[in-house]
Every structure is written in structure tokens, then in C-alpha cells.
Design a protein around this ligand. Sequence first.
Ligand code: GLN
Length: 537
Amino acid sequence: MSNTKYIFVTGGVTSSLGKGIIAASLAKLLQAQKYRVTIQKFDPYINVDPGTLNPYEHGECFVTDDGAETDLDLGHYERFLNVSTSQANNVTTGRVYQSVIDKERKGVFLGKTVQVVPHITNEIKERMCLLGESGDYDIVITEIGGTVGDIESLPYVEAVRQLIWELGDENAMVIHLTLVPYLSAAGELKTKPTQHSVKTLMESGVKANILVCRTEHEISDDIKRKLALFCNVKQEAVIESIDAETIYDVPLLMLDEGLDQVVLNMLKLESRASDLDQWKEFLRKHKNPKEQITIGLIGKYVELQDSYKSILESLIHSGAANEVKVKVESIHSEFLNAENVFEKLKNLDGVIVAPGFGGRGTEGKIDAVRYVRENNIPFLGICLGMQMAVIEHARNVMGLKDANSIEMDEHCTEPLISIMENQKTITDMGGTMRLGAWDCDLSEGSLAHKAYGKNTISERHRHRYEFNDQYRKEVEASGLKATGINPKTGLVEVVENPDHPWFVGVQYHPEYKSTVLNPHPLFVDFVQASLQYNHSK
Ligand code: GLN
């Protein structure tokens, strides 16, 4: 067995406490001490992956280099750690069952009755140890989705119990994230919900080694003592996690609370010099902007923060890189039209037209593209946003009134955006898209080439439809240039309008690759162009 140490993060009391952020923050602190760390997430739902989940249900679907459609927490892991994740970093109950049932059909279990314990739990354990056994990591942090006590979480908690028993206390431990609510009528922080959730965990044979307590008010030493006593943990292992101004403060708050130190002590790992200089420099710039700009984000899920999580975070990274505060104004594409577009967009310094699926709100997106094109407002179209820019150009510059994507109008006579021949027979909804990292060659002299500073880039995709190559000549001749081409397939990945100060549409998702330490060059350039536009007004 390898020397990898395992940390499991469970959640109690309520969902949405931010297990992903705590896991990512701890990983950051351990990484800052030169430990090789990765994070994985186990989700208790039955979908095989979150790819088919509506963003209203589950927020954004994050895509990895290897084309896995994953939980948005993987985005946080990458943004905090600046390392890529993969399919192995996100496992769902659906995937676990699918694999066990496949094995059963193949006769792998030799006629045995296949059961939750041990077959499902064994499959979970194998997957929990997969990355650890690669030898690439000193520490693997595993976040268990859901809340302890949920029926569907039970096999995961049982797998954790077995693994801790097998690996030993020095090699595996549990951090339990809970809520310590403040009752304003009583003027007190209450520990009872935490006591109960620790007890629930104990009923499954799992002991929490560290409590991370989410709270709106400071937790006194007295309360920490009480929690330690009732929950069977050392007092220094009761960690306060107070509401932060930004998620990027959390690693430093956890550092102050000594979370990394307690973890290293428990796992019998040495404490090393820590380097968080770049992280702190990012925070300094983020918190001390010299100027402010307003970017419009046009999409159909704008009322939900989590739906465009990676775009919003990319704007934070690129804002800090430019030392400017980026205020994001969410604009609902469904309620946008040629009559109100001036009113809604007139104060913006830059516009992003968001990715999306289905026809709802697309006409509003096209009206928005027309407005920014005609008014020289910096524009970044992402995936569906790029497709809408192509359609807008075809309709309003080339005069092809029926131009559309066949996603919106199957029978349209000018299918500027269409489906690739070899995709036409696919009917399943899951995993039928162009997913994951693809290379793209950029034309010299283009805005994209200048922003990236290189000839070939690799970016992540998640879409079914493509720029229809049959129109490429006409589109380019009328002013919209294809400046990024997939060297393998010849597909158009980037379009630009050279008659406009900054007009770029990308078929891929740059937002998935922006991190704190590596703000995405296209976003950095877009924010800079928006700042220039702001100055010119
Ligand atoms: N719906 C479009 C397609 O499938 C765009 C997808 C997206 O924006 N991610 O091609």
C-alpha cells in the first residue's frame, strides 16, 4: 500500500455550508507546504454525472481536460490549487451502481448475491483510493456530498468507516463541517445541532477528528471547550469558520485557526515552511482595486449565482490581474429585445454572452450582440454566445434573415450553426457532446493570439453544435474572421471582428481554466479592453 494519507470531509446540520471551499482551502495550505495534494468529490445522487442536470438544480457543470462533466466544486479545487482534475476526481452513486451492475452482468461476482455491503461499498472504497494509489499524491482529500444522516449518504459513510479501520488512524481522518447557528432572540451561538450531527456520524461508526464550525459570529473558547467535550475531539481541533468577505480569504482564515497544523499532527506529517505569497498578492490586488468597470453577463440562468460560477470567478481573477473591480450586472436574455437593449446595455463597459442550451432567450442574446457590435462595446461570446455572434453576423451583416442554429430551428434554411455529420446518429442525452480539451491554432495578429501569446492553445469544450464550415468563406469575406481553428478537425473555434475594438467569440469554455495563480489570458485581455472602453466614454 502507498504512503498516501486520506482526509475525508463530511457535512452535518445543513447543506450549502461550503465543504468544497473548506476542502480546497485545506488543500491549498497543505500544497503551500509542498505536499502533493488532490481533492475528489463523491456525490450521492443517482445521475451518472451532473452533465444532464439542469443548472437550476445543481449549478454549473464543470468540465475537466479529459472531458468529464463534473460537479462545480471541482472548479473550486482547480482554481485554488492551480492543478487539473479528471474523471477520477468526481464519482456519483449512479456511476458506482452502473459499474457494479456491469460487473454483475459480466459474471464478475461468481454467482454471489450482490449487495450494498460489501459490493457497493467496495466499489466506493476502490474509487476513494484510486488517485492515492497512483503514487502522485501525498494527501488525498475526499469530500462526501450531502449531509450525514441522509439515507443516500450511508454507503459512503460506511466506506469511510471501513477505510479508516483498514488504513489506521495515522493514515486517514475525518473533518466534519457543521453549522453553529446564532439565535438572535437568545443572543447565543448554539452547539446542539453540531452535537447531534457528530452523534449521527458516530452511529455509523465514524468519529470526527476535526470539527470545522461555520458561524456568523466568533466562537468563544468556552464554546470550543464545550464542543470538544461533547463531540469527542481535542479543543485545538475545533476550528471556527466565520463568514468571509470572499471565498479566497478562507485559506488564510483556516491558517489562522491552525487547521493545517492540526491535520499534519494527526496524520504524523512534518510541518514545513509555507509559501502563500502569490495567493496573498492576488488578495491584495483583489481587495484594493484602482478602478471599477461594469460587465454585463447575458444569459438565461442569471438569477442563480452558481449557474455561471466559473465565469464569475474568472472575472474576479482577471479583475485582480488588472487591479480593477469588475462589477457584474446579470441581464436576463429572455427579457431582452431590440426595443429595450439600449436601455439595458447602455451603461456597460463590456458584455459577455453566456453559454447555454435550448432556444429560450437566444433572440435576446442576438439583440445584445448586435448592440455591442454596432456600438464598439467589448464583447466575449462563450460557446452558445459565440454561436449567437455568428448568427447575428449572418442575419444583420450578410442579410441571411433565416440564419440560425439547427438547435433552435431544425428546419432553418441557413444553418450557420449545425451538427457534425458523424454526430447525427446519436440520440442519448448523456455524453454525446464534444467534451474536454482540444487544441486550437490561432492566427497571428488576431486578438486571441495577442492575448494568449502563443500559436497553439488547448481549451475545454462542452457542446453539440458547431460553426457550419460551408458558410466560412462568406462569413469571413463579410468581416467576421475565423481566427482559431482546430488542427485535427478543421472546426472553427474562435471568431473575431477586426473592425471592432474587441469582439471575440469562442466555441470553447475559457472560464474552466482560469485560476487564482493563472488568470485566464482571454478574460484578462477582455477586462483590459473593457477598462479602455470605460476610459473612452
Ligand atoms: N447549445 C450549444 C451547443 O450544444 C452551446 C453549448 C454551450 O454553450 N455550452 O452547441
